[in-house]
Design a protein around this ligand. Sequence first.
Ligand SMILES: O=P(O)(O)OC[C@H]1O[C@H](OP(=O)(O)OP(=O)(O)O)[C@H](O)[C@@H]1O
Ligand SMILES: O=c1cc[nH]c(=O)[nH]1
Ligand SMILES: [Mg+2]
Length: 217
Amino acid sequence: MKIVNLGESNSVLNRFVAELRDVNIQKDSMRFRRNVERIGEIMAYEISKDFTYSLKGIQSPLGIAPMNTPDDRVVISTILRAGLPYHQGFLSYLDNAENAFVSAYRKYKDRLNFDIHIEYIASPRLTDKTLIITDPMLATGSSMELAYEALRTKGHPAHIHVASIIASKQAIEYIQRKMPDDITTIWVAAVDDKLDDHSYIVPGLGDAGDLAYGEKE
Ligand SMILES: O=P(O)(O)OC[C@H]1O[C@H](OP(=O)(O)OP(=O)(O)O)[C@H](O)[C@@H]1O
Ligand SMILES: O=c1cc[nH]c(=O)[nH]1
Ligand SMILES: [Mg+2]
């Protein structure tokens, strides 16, 4: 499985990720959402380099311009809630993509243990399409795996891009075991070493959904 860590090379992307993590900046929820969105825009651009292109003749007012443009039929899929601004960033660049939404939340059995519940899915047919599953955080990897299982009921994509901002090492290993090796690529902006007792990424950034949209009851 191909894994691309865009944070390994220096770019302004790293400043956006640093601002998401920074306790003195992340509480500005509008800036937090916009930084997630901007990272989505950058990742959409990077992932688009892996699409299939063909030469077309584009009629301009003065002649025909030969242009290589992408042929992939893209579906951008997002896991609620924290995925929403990320999704919007992808959609800014992949503006004619179809869209899918899956809900996933942690239902706690006690203070430390939880199951992930998927209760909502809205998706077009996925067969032979390029599926991008976006979620800013990959902690245990379970939400991504279960979202993928739910999306699989909508057909078999030709290629799957798992796009995340911060992933734990554990989650990357988990996704490598659980998702089809030959057609999946994982894209991240940072990989962190650890999870805490509550399965939050350390150092991570905290709770992405709460930082973007406020705390839940
Ligand atoms: O890899 P995992 O261990 O499954 O954790 C990652 C999930 O946690 C976050 O969502 P959360 O459940 O906090 O929901 P929210 O976006 O509504 O806050 C995040 O957006 C992922 O979906
Ligand atoms: O570190 C984590 C883990 C789950 N959800 C988050 O938003 N952050
Ligand atoms: Mg959350």
